[in-house]
Ligand binder design. Structure first.
Ligand code: T46
Length: 134
């Protein structure tokens, strides 16, 4: 099963007014984007995620505040602190992900290469491990 995670620096167009980051399909993104969503207003102590995707590719960017993203694939667990708007976490394919420790001001934008499809989710950890090892 294809699985990968990577932190990607995002190009900043900065000047003395501040900063701007732009995305263009085919130019500076690792995949063509079909969907964008964002997570914000997460209540204190709440964690999200706890699932894997079969195929989906996503780029997660904390454009405000911070969040810790735990990933697991191929038996390898990683912890990524997302706390800057000029860095994205690429998660491709068969990767278990959990999001913890949202700051109250966290706005997590996610770019995805496909439309929302519940059939692409594996929401049960035992099923994830069984399919990963199959
Ligand atoms: C992921 C992590 C990083 C939609 O209707 N459309 C959408 O595009 C999405 C993403 C969600 N939904 C609905 C499905 C649920 O009823 O919104 C509700 C919350 O979704 P979920 O519980 O899956 O949210 P998270 O934060 O656990 O996970 C989300 C993404 O679903 C997932 O793909 O990788 O963020």
């Amino acid at each position: 099963m294809t699985a990968n995670t990577a932190l990607i620096p995002l190009q900043i167009h900065g000047d003395d007014r501040g900063s701007l980051i732009a995305f263009e399909n085919g130019h500076n993104l690792p995949f063509d984007v079909k969907r964008v969503y964002y997570i914000y207003g997460t209540q204190a102590g709440v964690s999200r995620g706890f699932h894997a995707h079969r195929k989906l590719k996503q780029l997660l960017i904390a454009v405000s505040g911070s969040v810790t993203v735990k990933t697991e694939h191929d038996g390898k667990t990683e912890t990524h602190l997302l706390n800057r708007p000029d860095e994205g976490l690429l998660i491709e394919g068969f990767v278990w992900r959990e999001m913890h420790d949202f700051s109250p001001d966290c706005v997590l934008i996610v770019l995805a290469d496909d439309y929302y499809n519940e059939a692409d989710y594996i929401r049960d950890y035992a099923t994830f491990k069984r399919e990963e090892n199959a």
